[in-house]
Design a protein around this ligand. Structure first.
Ligand SMILES: O=C(O)C(=O)C[C@]1(C(=O)O)C=C[C@@H](O)C=C1
Length: 375
């Protein structure tokens, strides 16, 4: 399925001037005029930054935390832009923010993750943007809901904004992990599949919450053909008022960018092309076999379903299911497949098997369509 958004290419609204990858950087929050302007100068000096970001209004999880310096910071941004030539980007969460940012000459606006999760907020921002030709970037919602992300992009696009990009900043999760926000790359890949022309910019600062992992996530984003990076950079992260652990100095940022291996999606070399085509043909054959075998397995599950119906046996057989999970993940391990992967694959197959048996056991009863997976 494809979604039709009216989008202009990234290079029509942000000048990369040959810099690779596209980099938007700046402090999490504008704190003081000196901090912002000095950081901007150091970032400009790296020669790697295409736009300066700074949080002016900060949506904080708990009250009492620093909620951004407010409108005065827009004046500092203006000065930073005048002195460095870097275009500026800020987060907006209300119509008033939009008006103030535009009046102060901010070049790029972005919608934050909490705002994207709320269609009322997004619509308010979209209404404030009507008739204005300004680039807008939309962060993913805090929860891994592709529809909310797409909905926000549609609302902004419907307001006439064609200089549009998405920002992948990861998703909240209860699970403990190395990351502040789980990357859940599959959600960003689904967005890319749905709207291939939409630029996606990765935000490794918010995904990692940890400056030591920023290089690692940045490389993954480039490997997945994302169009740019937004990285938080502060002249002295140790004393930053917000997100101190995930900010890097402009010099450290420059090193991170130098260490990235740049990749391109297009294959130009014919030898490489031929080799890829040969391997892809093998994958095509195997994919057909996988589908053929899954279909055969479903036919057998349906036969079992008939027995269950005739003998009043429940569909779910937990002991048998556990036995299958154990033996198959063990077998997978021996073949170098991770148990998590094998389990996920089997769960999908088992869910479909159960659904089909349900159709047999409850024949004649209308059954609404259910989703196969959760997120
Ligand atoms: O063994 C069964 O009873 C089946 O119906 C097969 C099957 C499966 O697809 O693997 C399906 C449902 C049960 O929960 C257990 C296993």
């Amino acid at each position: 399925m494809k979604l039709n958004l009216n989008i202009q290419p990234l290079n029509t609204w942000i000048n990369k001037e040959g810099k690779q990858p596209l980099l938007i950087a700046g402090p999490c929050s504008a704190e003081t005029e000196d901090q912002l302007v000095a950081t901007a100068h150091l970032l400009a000096k790296t020669g790697k930054v295409s736009a300066l970001r700074a949080g002016i209004w900060k949506p904080r999880t708990r009250p009492g935390e620093f909620e951004g310096i407010g409108s005065i910071g827009l004046e500092w941004l203006k000065r930073a832009k005048e002195e460095t030539g870097l275009p500026t980007a800020v987060e907006v969460a209300t119509a008033k923010h939009v008006e103030e940012a535009l009046a102060a000459g901010v070049d790029i606006l972005w919608v934050g993750a909490r705002s994207t999760a709320n269609p009322f907020t997004v619509q308010e921002i979209a209404d404030a943007l009507k008739g204005i030709d300004v680039p807008v970037m939309v962060k993913n919602p805090v929860n891994p809901d592709l529809s909310l992300w797409v909905g926000a992009l549609e609302r902004i696009n419907n307001a006439g904004i064609t200089k549009l990009a998405a920002i992948h900043r990861g998703f909240s999760s209860y699970e403990k992990s190395a990351f502040r926000n789980e990357p859940m790359w599959d959600v960003a890949i689904s967005l890319k599949t749905l709207v291939p022309e939409l630029p996606i910019i990765n935000d490794p600062s918010h995904i990692t919450g940890n400056r030591d992992l920023i290089g690692y996530i940045s490389q993954k984003a480039i490997d997945l053909d994302m169009q740019g990076l937004m990285i938080e950079s502060h002249i002295d992260p140790t004393v930053a008022w917000t997100d101190a652990k995930q900010q890097v100095t402009p010099a450290a940022l420059s090193d991170i960018i130098d260490n990235l291996a740049l990749r391109k999606a297009e294959v130009k070399n014919t030898e490489v092309k031929d080799k890829l085509a040969e391997l892809r043909a093998q994958i095509d054959k195997i994919d057909d076999l996988i589908i053929q075998k899954v279909a055969e397995r479903m036919t057998i599950a349906e036969q079992i379903g008939k027995y269950k119906k005739d003998n009043n046996i429940t569909i779910l057989q937990v002991n048998r299911w556990e036995e299958i999970l154990k033996k198959t993940t063990d077998y997978g391990k021996a073949l170098k497949l991770s148990p998590e992967f094998t389990e996920k694959l089997l769960e999908l197959v088992h869910t479909e098997s159960i659904r089909r048996q349900g159709l047999i056991l409850n024949e004649g009863i209308e059954q609404p369509k259910e989703s196969l997976t959760h997120a």
